[in-house]
Design a protein around this ligand. Structure first.
Ligand SMILES: Cc1ncc(COP(=O)(O)O)c(C=O)c1O
Length: 398
């Protein structure tokens, strides 16, 4: 009989043979515009959620150290059992103020925040509707909600409002319907059609949850999140719970919404009740990130200038990035192996940009995804562009 380990080894060999095996790259220093990567020296990083470039900002790092000195290294247990730290309460108040909600609740990751949402808020009489290109954590959140609560679920085609309307009609008799969307879609870089989603939801009495991991801190007015971008703040955030990754790019997640939503989640969400809280160091750094961002809106402006420059330069060089206006700039290549090859060749040229293939993106839509940061200098971006042109020409992409 084949053992489990034998089967896994055989599958791993197959991943290697077909060129889809992912090699982990090791950094030997902080995330920044450039970083030192084992075996490659200094590389330009075009593959990080460090959009605002706050990971290595001295104030942010120092705040983490100060929290470590004051609160220690660990949290001890979950918050309701062993007590919670004042730094969490303070951070949650500042995050709510940042995104303009009554309250917020932090989790050790945005994955946990997502998993804690629909399965906690919904029941058997309810339904959840999710965009086809939502992040994997939302896909699993919906699966979990269905398994745990027996609620109904549906997926609407990406940003297709006619399909969303049809799904809302389908669930007309339900007690609650929750529509979940990414604010900025992580693999495409496009922005959710929030005004249309909110209008449809309002007409059908549905609630909307937005995962703003790729928007909080840099999208909308002074980077407050997608709801600000669309000028719909009150409606989105009043009785619906948008989510976001810590703006420092340093980890952690939170749910923000009405005080009732956050209080209910604190009472009942399983990742809150059965998993340790955000480590105090991360909470301290996250709070410093929020303060840094609020005090320096020019960081957001710089990020958008950098993204517009790089997108324009790629187009001029003959690449066809997916259209958009966010700092996520995907160049579609087709097969997974091609994306991984291009990523490897770019790394040989000193540019770190990850190739994504199936199952992260649909079959045939593999890509290298560039993520631009406010920390990039013109020199960083020019170096990255030169590498793209060289490798793109070699591979026949341009
Ligand atoms: C849109 C989105 N939601 C959730 C997550 C999960 O976040 P975390 O790494 O905090 O679990 C990610 C991760 O990159 C993401 O891109």
């Amino acid at each position: 009989m084949t053992t489990l380990t034998d089967r896994l080894r055989a599958e791993l060999d197959e991943f290697r043979r077909t060129g889809v095996y992912k090699h982990l790259n090791h950094l030997d220093g902080p995330q920044g515009a450039r970083a030192v990567m084992e075996g490659h020296g200094e590389v330009v990083i075009l593959s990080s959620n460090n959009y605002l470039g706050l990971c290595d900002v001295p104030e942010v790092v120092e705040a983490g150290k100060a929290a470590l000195d004051r609160f220690g290294a660990g949290t001890g247990s979950v918050r309701f059992i062993c007590g919670t730290f004042t730094v969490h309460r303070e951070l949650e108040a500042e995050l709510a103020a940042l995104v303009g909600t009554e309250a917020s609740l932090t989790y050790v990751s945005c994955w946990s925040a997502n998993e804690g949402l629909a399965p906690t808020l919904l029941g058997e009489q309810d339904a959840v509707i999710s965009d086809r290109l939502n992040h994997a954590s939302i896909i699993d959140e919906v699966r979990l909600a269905k398994a745990i609560t027996k609620c109904q679920t549906a997926v609407y085609e990406h940003s297709d409002m006619a399909d969303l309307r049809a799904k809302l009609e389908q669930f007309r008799g339900c007690r609650h319907v929750l529509v979940i969307t990414d604010g900025v879609f992580s693999m495409e870089g496009d922005v959710a059609r929030l005004p249309d989603i909110l209008e449809l939801a309002r007409r059908h009495g549905a609630a909307v949850a937005v995962d703003d991991s790729h928007a909080t801190g840099f999208w909308g007015w002074r980077g407050r999140a997608t709801a600000h971008h669309w000028g719909w703040l009150g409606l989105v955030y009043t009785d619906t719970p948008p989510l976001a990754m810590a703006v420092g790019g340093g980890g952690g997640g939170f749910t923000a919404g009405s005080a009732a939503v956050c209080d209910y989640l604190a009472q009942r969400s399983r990742p809150m009740l059965f998993s340790n809280a955000l480590p105090p160091t991360v909470a301290g750094s996250a709070m410093a990130s929020v303060r840094y961002l609020v005090a320096r809106p020019e960081r957001v402006a710089r990020l958008h200038e950098n993204a517009a420059w790089f997108r324009g330069a790629l187009l001029e060089a003959g690449f066809k990035p997916l259209p958009g206006e966010t700092p996520i700039i995907p160049v579609i290549l087709g097969e997974t192996a091609r994306a991984i090859t291009m990523s490897g060749m770019l790394l040989d040229e000193g540019v770190f940009v990850t190739g994504f293939g199936y199952p992260v993106v649909p079959q045939g839509h593999a890509r290298v995804r560039c993520q631009i940061s406010a920390a990039h200098t013109k020199d960083d971006l020019e170096r990255a562009l030169a590498a793209f042109k060289k490798v793109g020409a070699k591979l026949g992409v341009i």
